[in-house]
Ligand binder design. Structure first.
Ligand code: A3P
Length: 328
């Protein structure tokens, strides 16, 4: 046995195993080695970790689902933080390096509060993150995951509009058609990057494959985001059933707001409480030509998604059926 300065030892170790530089946080209460060394005031019976996560992707209606699910009396969500607001964006994100305590602080509740059956969080960044499935599984392998899918062409356009609203200089300079026509060889690297941010998350089957490496199909619920927008009550019934919640009547809780053009929560005095301006933005429709070219671009991905959905025994979203019929 040889003694070595701990710092030097650490450096030598990570030079040899660079993949291990990012730690993987597991649940200390389910690891006997950790249990032995936990401080005496760490109370495992009070440990509150989410048992359900809405993983996105972005621009599919994830905030609406988050807001609607929070209306359920047996459901509790994370608290807001001052960097990424209502989304912890822990797994696969910068916050992961803040450590497990940081994540636990997003849920400052006693576990097992009476009547609270579901503790959940929503971070739409998880869906297409290469690291999120592995990191999430290491901590909450029993969680149920909700994934919302809309026609990926609409998602891509919504992302472009999101960047316009945030005054992204590249989105402001180029039309959506120009963004889609960008290539990897473009001198404007940021244009290619924007195209990738519009297109890549919509390759749904590719990302789902990664989730299925870590979670069994019956832990995943695929929500039709277009149905969530147009007719949310049956969707909320499916979500409640999937999460094992007592069914409440969402007809009493949600109401269509003509002015907003979306379903909103019922508030006192026959009023409604809608999501903010950044959700459900009004913008010019995409146009037939771009709609067609995106439908072709996503055809193989959508075929792969359909095969996967059939194999896993999930319900096929209506928009997917329509896309496949249109191009067959
Ligand atoms: P647009 O603003 O492009 O219309 P996310 O919350 O995942 O970022 O998704 C935002 C999208 O949710 C919006 O995109 C909007 O179309 C959709 N959406 C679905 N139901 C909604 C609702 N009840 N209120 C507001 N937006 C909703």
């Amino acid at each position: 046995l040889k003694w070595m300065d701990p710092l030097k030892m650490g450096i030598a170790y990570f030079q040899r195993f660079p993949d291990e530089r990012t730690p993987v946080w597991g649940n200390p209460c389910s690891d006997p080695r950790h249990l032995e060394i936990l401080s005496s005031d760490f109370n495992c019976s009070q440990l509150a970790l989410p048992n359900a996560v809405i993983v996105g992707p972005q621009k599919t209606g994830s905030t609406a689902l988050y807001a609607f699910l929070k209306l359920h009396p047996n459901v509790q969500s994370n608290v807001e933080n001052n960097v990424t607001y209502e989304e912890p964006q822990f797994f696969g994100g910068k916050a992961y390096l803040n450590g497990l305590d940081w994540y636990l602080n997003q849920f400052p509740f006693d576990s097992g509060v009476e009547g609270q059956q579901v503790l959940f969080e929503k971070s739409a960044t998880y869906f297409d993150s290469p690291d999120a499935p592995r990191q999430m599984n290491a901590l909450i392998d029993e969680a149920k995951l909700i994934i919302i899918l809309i026609n990926p062409a609409k998602r891509a356009y919504s992302w472009y509009q999101h960047m316009i609203a945030h005054k992204d200089p590249i989105a402001m300079k180029y039309s959506f058609a120009q963004v889609l026509a960008a290539t990897d060889n473009d001198s404007e690297r940021k244009l290619w990057k924007l195209r990738q941010r519009c297109i890549a998350p919509g390759r749904y089957a590719h990302h789902l494959d990664r989730w299925l490496e870590y979670y069994s199909p019956n832990r995943l619920l695929i929500v039709d985001g277009e149905q969530l927008k147009d007719d949310p009550v049956p969707v909320m019934n499916d979500v409640q059933q999937f999460l094992g919640l007592p069914l409440i009547d969402y007809k009493q809780l949600l109401k269509f707001n003509e002015h907003k053009g979306f379903y909103c929560s019922q508030a006192e005095g026959n009023k409604t409480k809608c999501l903010g301006k950044s959700k459900g933005r009004g913008y010019e429709p995409m146009g037939a030509e771009l709609t067609d070219s995106l439908a072709k671009l996503y055809l193989q991905d959508n075929i792969a998604l359909h095969k996967m959905i059939t194999k896993m025994g999930w319900r096929t979203p209506r928009w997917l059926q329509e896309q496949l019929v249109k191009l067959s």
